[in-house]
Design a protein around this ligand. Sequence first.
Ligand code: GAL
Length: 376
Amino acid sequence: MKKKVVLSLLASAAMVVSLAACSSGSSSGSSTDGAAAGASGLIGVAMPTKSSERWIADGNSIKQQLESAGYTVDLEYAEDDIPTQVSQLENMITKGAKALIVASIDGTTLTNTLQNAKDNNIPVIAYDRLIRDSENVDYYATFDNEKVGTEQGTSLLTGLGILDASGKDTGVAGPFNIELFAGSPDDNNATFFFKGAMAVLQPYIDKGTLVVKSGQTDFNTVATLRWDPATAQSRMENILTSTYSDGTTKVNGILSPYDGISRGLISAVTSAGYTVGASFPIITGQDAELDSVKAINGGEQYSTIYKDTRELAKVAVAMASAVLEGKTPETNDDKTYDNGKKVVPAELLQPVVVTKGDIKKVLIDGGYYTDAQING
Ligand code: GAL
């Protein structure tokens, strides 16, 4: 009897050991998959539109990085339609998303949706564009947007020869005729870009080196709803007709806030008879979109502002993961981005100006594009 008890005790002890081995095996298995506690569940990613190549790159990078951390991802594009973006976000909430990463179309239209997210305990990361008028925006991953603007203004001055490569005033008197374009008035970034650019350009306008020949300088007049290239193109065509059609007056420079708009401007000036190599205007841009990098190579566009979407995705993914693990994400700006309800803690990355001479070093050597994509 005694012997039997000992044997059965031994047998159950062996079972406990083998069960423990089994469960420790399975838990170590899941942690090597990256799907251990914290890194699992659904994350909703809402992007504005596929009509601009940059958002496709952003969406792909975020998805890929979240998936390799162990999350599942619902990535949606709203084709710049506000109600579509709202319903995509509502769907993500219904499906039980644990966090939302949102690049808004109109930064002021998500207040009710984000209240719903809050009621369901879902943290929200604003991606590239600040979401306004809501307390329920937890963190903001973006670039230094005012700096983007100052870099755009500065590169317009450099392209015109008013500043030299080191940023020094060359003393050239001009006058140079310029025109101004800004981004979408419902995108918080657009005002930052324009403000940054005008801080650099205004002193030269004041002393007559630069002349905005059309007289159109006010943000609301120069803004381009939804960043639409066709809207910018037609405004430029109207300006060329109204202001530059006497046969001698030329537009020497155009402040453009975004590569898509720059492509619209290039079409407008090309149709009006401007040719590369013969007083083609200096045109700025932003996003280092492939077609625009090619245009820079070909001399139609002077510069762009490169914002590495892979790095921005990394910041947003790190923010979402930290919040879900109960940690505080890293931020480096806790004062600039007041959304009307709160100052949203932000992590700002640094933008990089790219002109023709920088394409190889910055974009090709940096692995953003291959040589064949640009030159092939
Ligand atoms: C802005 C963004 C720019 C550009 C623009 C148009 O919000 O910061 O980089 O992409 O939208 O898509």
